[in-house]
Design a binder for this molecule. Structure first.
Ligand code: SF4
Length: 357
């Protein structure tokens, strides 16, 4: 599969994360320390310019925290974040503010992401004004252009957010994100709060914008149908770490890690997620298992899995599993086929939905 942005043959990374970590302290009701949640623990990733990287995993795996770290909306405890080769952690507050126009975030909930006291025009014009992008006299025209670009009629600009549907609000949020002329957008579950038919329309819109504007896009999602439709590369997270990463076609076509296989075998939308296919509960992120963090749920675990952290090594693409070379291929093929059929149906559905809302 070819993602929206993969056709631009430039390979220099737009974004690079090197060994990034962030923990959040946990306290009891009396304020006493109860340890820390290691939300992101030593993640290294590279996002080529003009490409779409999807970060996938179950709720609580750290993918949303990683997205915010990538934009330096929250501070890492350690590691480097390079944007066009420049370490964001070394920037002064003023330099970071100036850089912000190049990096935007689209939130999951279109109902919460727009200020109910601002008209659509005010909401979309705010970043234009903040970054001094167009003179005041040209603001209205630029807002109208941006609304047209996301498939909304410019005359809707005087209306209030509550007058719009969820899909329309997410289009407004996208117009606002585009206003500063960003190079990189992080979409944190940008369609998961929408009805499924509207999801397809908004994802198709994002795909068109990524291609037309040459955007680099980081998609945070638990929905593998959406990911398969749009991503060039996929990184799979489990308890704060990347367990598999590579080109989307390879990760979907030949998953190496048992957790990725479980995700692919799950049937989205039918109440049977990866958790239903795996043994045991998700471990506490405050006290994760030794060695491989997936070992308490992995059907293939052996002694070495408790003793040593598996490196994210190249097995055709990167995967972190000690026993990758001896996993039963028959199970992998069976799991892949079960997930693949569902994903194919989802892709056909997205293609059928390329009409207006
Ligand atoms: Fe399973 Fe061991 Fe591989 Fe972890 S390292 S995924 S526990 S086989």
């Amino acid at each position: 599969m070819s993602g929206a942005g993969g056709k631009i043959g430039v390979t220099a990374p737009m974004l690079e994360l090197r060994d990034v970590a962030r923990a959040f302290p946990v306290r009891d009701a009396l304020g006493r320390s109860k340890g820390a949640v290691r939300a992101v623990d030593g993640v290294s990733l590279s996002v080529p310019r003009g490409s779409v990287l999807a970060i996938v995993g179950e709720s609580g795996c750290g993918k949303s925290t990683l997205g915010r770290l990538a934009l330096r909306l929250i501070e890492p405890d350690s590691g480097s974040i390079l944007f066009e080769g420049e370490d964001l952690r070394s920037l002064s507050a003023a330099a970071l503010r100036a850089r912000r126009r190049d990096m935007q975030l689209i939130f999951q909930d279109p109902f919460a992401s727009l200020d109910p006291r601002m008209t659509v025009e005010q909401a979309v014009a705010e970043p234009l004004r903040l970054h001094g992008i167009v003179p005041r006299a040209k603001e209205r025209d630029r807002v109208a252009e941006l609304l047209s670009r996301v498939g909304l009629r410019p005359e809707l600009a005087r209306r209030w957010p509550h007058e719009f549907s969820g899909g329309q609000r997410q289009r407004i949020a996208i117009a606002r994100a585009l206003a500063s002329g960003p190079k990189l957008i992080v979409g944190d579950e940008p369609v998961s709060a929408l009805d499924v038919s509207v999801q397809a329309q908004v994802i198709n819109l994002l795909q068109d914008l990524i291609r037309e504007l040459g955007l680099t896009f980081v998609l945070i999602s638990h929905d593998l149908g959406v990911v398969r439709h749009i991503a060039d590369r996929v990184a799979v997270m489990y308890l704060g770490r990347i367990v598999e990463e590579g080109p989307a076609a390879e990760v979907f076509g030949n998953p190496k890690h048992p957790y990725t296989r479980a995700l692919l075998a799950a049937v989205p939308g039918q109440g049977r997620g990866a958790a239903a296919l795996l043994e045991g509960d998700v471990p506490s992120p405050i006290n994760p298992p030794s060695g491989c963090r997936f070992r308490t749920r992995c059907p293939h675990a052996e002694a070495i899995c408790a003793e040593q952290v598996p490196p994210l090594a190249d097995h055709g693409h990167r995967a972190a599993c000690h026993l990758q070379h001896q996993l039963p291929p028959a199970i992998a093929r069976h799991e892949r086929d079960a997930g693949g059929e569902r994903l194919k149906r989802l892709q056909a559905f997205f293609s059928d939905q390329r009409t207006g809302e």
